[in-house]
Design a protein around this ligand. Structure first.
Ligand code: KG4
Length: 342
């Protein structure tokens, strides 16, 4: 039987990525990250789309070469249709459309958020791999999203809780910025927190109904602490950097885990996964392991390389859709936002 070879293309934000999946097993996953945004303290959409345009051909070319295949062998092309930055999405979408037409193979559209969840089904040809079974809960935490998703199948995912303001990653990045740390601040906070005392400072925690999150109050409380303390000691941040990072990180992780615990208890679900850029956080990973032991959860934590934006998750999502012949029309255009049902 002919191999099912799916090329995945991701360009929703500031990473240009291409990957090849063969019968559900990952063959290559190439990512070109854009350092151009560092100096601005955040992603500049216009610069992101320009960089995607420069990167997309070499990245796709490398992914195909690393997979050891010819592009004529591809069965379909999966691409991120949204949500994300429109200019960036347009680059990947247009490229995917052009390539699918020239190779005369189907095009498969992928929702970027669903793809983060599907990252749990990427196989790397290793017998030890375990994947969640349905239904399971997935905490999706990234720079733009903080959601609790009830995953009933590869295509049926319901957002049962989400942030009403900032995302968890945004809280990390914005607080890092006021401490003078480079962008994105999450990994820097994670690194510095390892040397700090998580109980050194107390920050306000939100009181929001249901499974929703809020991080803007925490950000303000962090900012006010710095403002007040720096009036007394201008070197306050420098003198307390590790403790500030550890305390902030612990507060964010506590907020995330509290709602997830509620959802798992109410829905009686004991398969719990985490996805998205913030799931690289060491303290969040530790909290998952502890909750797993304490509440009998079977936990699923992706390898760090599948937590940030990558095309492997787009290719695996495309693979499942390809098996069901869910193809996309050439007239479909990218979208910036999504509704509650993923
Ligand atoms: O999913 P992702 O790669 O893409 C966007 O949503 O853009 O997530 C990026 C986010 C950033 O906010 C970054 O600071 C955060 O993930 N992040 C982390 C860590 N690694 C990445 N946050 C906390 N600890 C980390 N180790």
């Amino acid at each position: 039987m002919r191999r099912k070879l799916i090329l995945g293309i991701e360009s929703s934000c500031d990473d240009t990525s291409a990957a090849v999946i063969c019968d559900g097993v990952l063959m290559s996953n190439v990512i070109a990250s854009q350092s151009v945004h560092e100096q601005y303290g955040g992603v500049v959409p216009e610069l992101a789309s320009r960089a995607h345009q420069q990167n997309i051909i070499p990245v796709v070319d490398q992914a195909i070469k690393q997979a050891g295949i010819e592009k004529s062998e591809l069965s379909a092309i999966a691409f991120t249709r949204g949500p994300g930055l429109l200019g960036s999405l347009l680059v990947g979408t247009s490229f995917a459309k052009g390539l699918s037409q020239s190779l005369n193979i189907p095009l498969v559209e992928v929702n970027h958020l669903q793809a983060h969840v599907q990252a749990h089904f990427i196989r790397q040809g290793n017998d030890e791999e375990k994947h969640p079974s349905f239904p399971f809960l997935c905490l999706l935490v990234s720079g733009g999203n903080s959601q609790i998703i009830l995953v009933r199948s590869h295509s049926d995912m319901e957002v049962i809780g989400q942030t009403i303001d900032d995302a968890a990653g945004e809280a990390f990045d914005k607080c890092a910025k006021v401490m003078g740390l480079p962008y994105p601040g999450g990994p820097h906070i994670d690194r510095l927190a390892k040397k700090g005392n998580p109980k050194a400072f107390k920050f306000s925690k939100p009181h929001i109904a249901g499974y929703n999150y809020s991080f803007s109050g925490l950000k303000t409380s962090f900012l006010y602490l710095l403002r007040d303390e720096m009036k007394i000691n201008p070197d306050f941040v420098k003198d307390n950097l590790n403790d500030l990072c550890a305390s902030l990180q612990e507060t964010i992780v506590d907020i995330l885990m509290k709602k997830l615990k509620m959802a798992a208890r109410d829905l009686k679900i004991n398969q719990v996964a985490v996805a998205g850029g913030v799931s690289a956080n060491s303290s969040l990973r530790k909290a998952f392991a502890e909750h797993g032991k304490k509440y009998g959860w079977e936990i699923f934590i992706p390898p760090v390389s599948f937590t940030t934006d990558n095309a492997a998750m787009i290719a695996i999502s495309g693979y499942f859709k390809y098996l069901k012949h869910e193809f996309c029309d050439l007239k479909e255009v990218p979208y910036a936002r999504v509704s509650n049902t993923l």
